[in-house]
Design a protein around this ligand. Structure first.
Ligand code: ZN
Length: 254
């Protein structure tokens, strides 16, 4: 259950609004939701990998590498303080606002494919969000230290809370733990606009600069769309875990 807990979401006023429904939710129903989301997640991951594989095999007409395209996109946005580096692994590409680096996996860094162009530009999209102070990215960055702490502590807080409810009628400690899980859920929800917006910036730039043609644009769009869906699944998974703990604590009280 620890792994489920570590990737959890939520939105303010959730229990109040759906109070009746949530009060009646059982742990087995919530667990069933977790399983469904996990199955959907497995399918989405597999589809994403296959779409990426297909588009990694389609060469770019101009023969540029992902790193070259990323450099051009950053230059076009007058971003001069971000370095482009390569990292090991597969689909490990990310922008790091602390080191101000766009980190591209080998396949993307030196790849000359539609998928490489799409991913390189998506990561540059994050660098541009950072440069422009894009609000959801700022919120997401502000949540990082909170979520790092709360996701580690939440299970223990809930366990202590459940232990305490055995000897007292107060379940306030349990709900503090649930609130900590809710922070992870909030984080995974805030991640969604950040990811979709970075992809949108990538696609607009790729099209405007004629890096990709029509059918190639479709390949880039498909790749980024499936990548974004993995974040949607992560958010649903976090919501399902949150509901599980809500059901667990409600069940204890009855
Ligand atoms: Zn991203």
């Amino acid at each position: 259950m620890l792994s489920i807990l570590l990737q959890t979401p939520y939105s303010g006023g959730y229990y109040e609004e759906g109070g009746g429904m949530l009060q009646n939710l059982t742990t087995s129903e919530a667990f069933f939701m977790i399983i469904i989301v996990a199955v959907v997640g497995f399918i989405v991951q597999a589809r994403m990998r296959s779409v990426f594989k297909q588009n990694s095999e389609k060469p770019l007409p101009n023969g540029m590498t992902g790193a070259e395209i990323a450099a051009q996109m950053l230059r076009d946005h007058n971003i001069t303080n971000v370095r482009i580096t390569h990292v090991g692994g597969h689909l490990t590409d990310h922008f790091n606002p602390v080191t101000m680096t766009v980190n591209l996996s080998d396949e993307v860094y030196s790849g000359r494919s539609i998928a490489a162009a799409a991913v390189a530009c998506h990561e540059c999209g994050h660098a541009i969000q950072h440069a422009q102070g894009y609000a959801p990215l700022r919120l997401r960055s502000a949540l990082v230290p909170i979520v790092n702490f709360s996701s580690r502590m939440a299970v223990w807080v809930i366990m202590i809370g459940l232990f305490m409810t055995a000897s007292s009628s107060s379940d306030v400690v349990c709900w503090i733990g649930v609130g900590m899980i809710a922070m992870s859920a909030l984080f995974s929800i805030v991640t969604l606009p950040v990811e979709y917006n970075a992809s949108e910036r990538a696609l607009v730039w790729l099209e405007a600069n004629r890096i990709l043609r029509y059918e190639e644009m479709d390949g880039a769009r498909q790749s980024l769309r499936w990548a974004a869906r993995t974040y949607v699944v992560a958010a649903l998974s976090a919501i399902a875990s949150l509901l599980y703990y809500v059901a667990l604590i409600n069940g204890r009280r009855d």
